[in-house]
Ligand binder design. Structure first.
Ligand code: FMN
Length: 301
């Protein structure tokens, strides 16, 4: 199967994307992840100033998924550029920068700085809390304002990464599309929590964190179906619990152009090899010559 796909203004050699926060800066994971098999890899989110992140514990198992409450620890955009910008061109994969901030101007500041660092696109991480403590991604008009400010700051293609907690998610997708996003990423983690019944303490120091992995997949898939139906012109990167080629095909059929792999990297850094091989096997078995034929090609009841 030919894996080439067109995502808005980008031509990608594969629909597989390495999800932000699961392959570090990309540079640090170059020896353990088969980046040549991905259409793009997204670096961990970066803020205007350094963020310390939350204290341990920051990761916890939770049923068929995983909780994380890292608090987007990062060195701030200037230190990030100094450390990584000169190394991005040598990587075997196009790198997308991920921007995050607590206020609208902060997103624009990071995007403008990153645009000269060698990234080929900017992903806007809208799941971060604003100064009122609520994630931007829950509010269509705030999300649109963030994307509009990033749109002004850079000519690079922009992906807006939305939250599965937003209802209806299509309203947020529509708002960011109107503000200049070239695609949406569906989705970031869902908010979740667990409590240790012996110590009576939450498993994360931040109490509530992001829930990812297999259990997120049907929820993210529902988001893809809703946005593909209600905002048909915005391309979609599906993301949530992908660890097999069947998972990837499911997202493509639902209407995603690309499929991001996140938590699966922690157990299997070379998971993309298995997924790409499985896509070729699926193509041969089902007479599918191009991955792009699968996009939105599910059969409704
Ligand atoms: C440990 C960890 C760190 C993450 N850090 C980021 C981040 O910095 N920025 C971001 O946009 N998403 C971040 N994510 C979310 C993932 O990119 C992805 O959207 C989410 O985990 C759902 O996909 P998955 O179920 O395949 O992991 C992180 C996820 C995990 C598990």
């Amino acid at each position: 199967m030919n894996l080439d796909v067109i995502l808005g203004p980008l031509h990608l050699r594969s629909p597989l994307i390495a999800a932000s926060g699961t392959v570090g800066s990309v540079v640090d994971f170059a020896d353990s992840v088969d980046f040549a098999l991905y259409g793009a890899a997204v670096a961990k989110s970066v803020s205007p100033e350094p963020w310390e992140g939350r204290p341990a514990p920051r990761l916890a198992p939770a049923g068929a998924g995983m909780l994380n409450g890292i608090g987007i620890q990062n060195p701030g955009v200037e230190a990030w550029k100094a450390q990584y910008a000169s190394k991005l061109a040598a990587l075997p994969v196009p790198v997308w920068g991920s921007v995050v901030a607590h206020d609208i101007e902060g997103f624009a500041t990071v995007a403008a700085a990153m645009a000269t660092a060698g990234v080929v696109a900017i992903e806007v991480n809208l799941s971060c809390p604003n100064l009122d403590g609520l994630p931007f991604a829950l509010d269509p008009s705030l999300s649109a304002s963030v994307v509009a400010s990033v749109r002004e700051a850079t000519d690079l293609p922009i992906g807006a990464k939305l939250s599965p907690d937003a209802q209806p998610i299509a309203a947020v997708a529509d708002a960011v599309a109107g503000a200049g996003a070239d695609w949406v990423v569906l989705t970031n983690t869902a908010m979740g929590a667990r409590i240790d019944t012996t110590t009576r303490r939450p498993l994360l120091s931040g109490t509530i964190g992001g829930y990812s992995g297999e259990a997120l997949r049907p929820i993210a898939l529902r988001c893809v179906l809703e946005v593909a139906r209600d905002v048909p012109d915005i391309p979609i990167v599906g993301c949530g619990g992908v660890s097999t080629s069947a998972d990837a095909v499911e997202f493509l059929l639902a209407g995603a152009t690309c499929v991001a792999i996140g938590t699966a990297h922690f157990g299997a850094p070379r998971v993309a090899g298995r997924i790409a091989k499985g896509l070729h096997t699926y193509g041969r078995a089902h007479g599918v010559e191009r991955a792009s034929e699968l996009i939105g090609a599910y059969e409704p009841w």
